[in-house]
Ligand binder design. Sequence first.
Ligand code: 5AD
Ligand code: SF4
Length: 434
Amino acid sequence: MKYHIVTYGCQMNLHESEKIAGILKETGYLESAPMEEADIIVFNTCCIRENAENHAFGNIGALKKLKREKKNLLIAVGGCMVQEEGKAKLLKEKFPFIDILFGTHNLFELKALIERKRMQKKAVVSLLEERGETEDGITPVRTSYPNAWVNITYGCNNFCSYCIVPYVRGRERSRRAEDILREVQALVEAGYKEITLLGQNVDSYRGEDGTTFPELLDRVASVEGKFRVRFMTSHPKDFTEELVAVMKKHEKICKHLHLPVQAGNNRILSLMNRRYTREKYLEDLAILRREIPDCEVTTDLIVAFPTETEEEFADTLSLVEEADFSSAFTFIYSPRTGTKAARMEGRIPEDVAKDRIGRLIALVNSKTREKSARYVGKTVEILCEDFDEKKGMYLGRDEYGRMGYFCSDRDRIGEFVDLKITEANGISLYGEEA
Ligand code: 5AD
Ligand code: SF4
């Protein structure tokens, strides 16, 4: 029996799909296969913005025909969208052919849900409100070699006013430091070359014995072996000099900080409930760069938050100039039912939002190109992670997260390779082995 998993959204979801694959294997589905050949199809959904939901809705709807042709096919839909208030009901009504619906807190019982569905005709729906414990005991089927994702926290307590995550992923829970370290050690011994610590807000990690995030990072980077350490996501309100000191201390920690700023104007930041100012953010970047001059910073930006004026948007543009980001993910504000911002007046018309994001993307891209061009002629170490069939080239990332492409006549996946950069194109670099 074969499975097929469709994943939407962030790294957290990608890693959760690896856990879903682990459960499916235990349940008797032995290998991953294209959708048409699968005996079970699982959708792991996202609800961070409306377009993520629309994608999932479209693709689930398209399965109707396959389900009619293949009587024994099981269709399961889980993840953030299912956990959203009223969405499970809506999905059930719209797509009566869905066999199993499970929320973000129900992953551990997926095996039982599948077994229950095999015994009954009716759809199985399971949605838990909240789940306290953090050890799920699931062995993931990792698909991202040479990188391995490791959860350190689940959930979020920040309630940024635009964000639905705290509602669908529940209150923040930290894993035990000992469990995290044991997992990292085993992964490094198994040959993984990059460990990415995952949490909605890694900085607020608190181990059972009071271990802070910088302390945890220090311990993870002290594990023996040649590998890299990354972490995401950091919240500017929790930026500390201790974090910078640990990043500086360990060569293993990538000199890259993803620090979502969201907006450049203090009134908007306050409405977003971000709890820092533009000035504080820039001061922290100055500390980071004073201590680690080659550190690169990337960010997330939202345009057209309710009531954002043209002048306030211009503050985001000027912040992008000042902060010298290497790249940024840019989003148009998307109202999410249940969040505070969704109840605010002053929605920005779509044409204005589109105009703003267009200008922002143009600026971000020009900064990215400018930064990448500086690498031409230099040598960077990349960790080879894949082969691009179309380009006929191997690819990997440098410690800053830039993609480097090169040719090789043997398999290089999982190796650290020194590349002399000959060409830069956007965030991608092209080079030859040095
Ligand atoms: N609308 C637009 N962007 C959002 N993000 C989170 N919620 C929303 C929303 N409602 C963005 C933020 C966050 C990233 C993961 O997604 O920039 O950092
Ligand atoms: Fe959402 Fe803010 Fe939590 Fe990030 S920190 S998941 S943006 S509420």
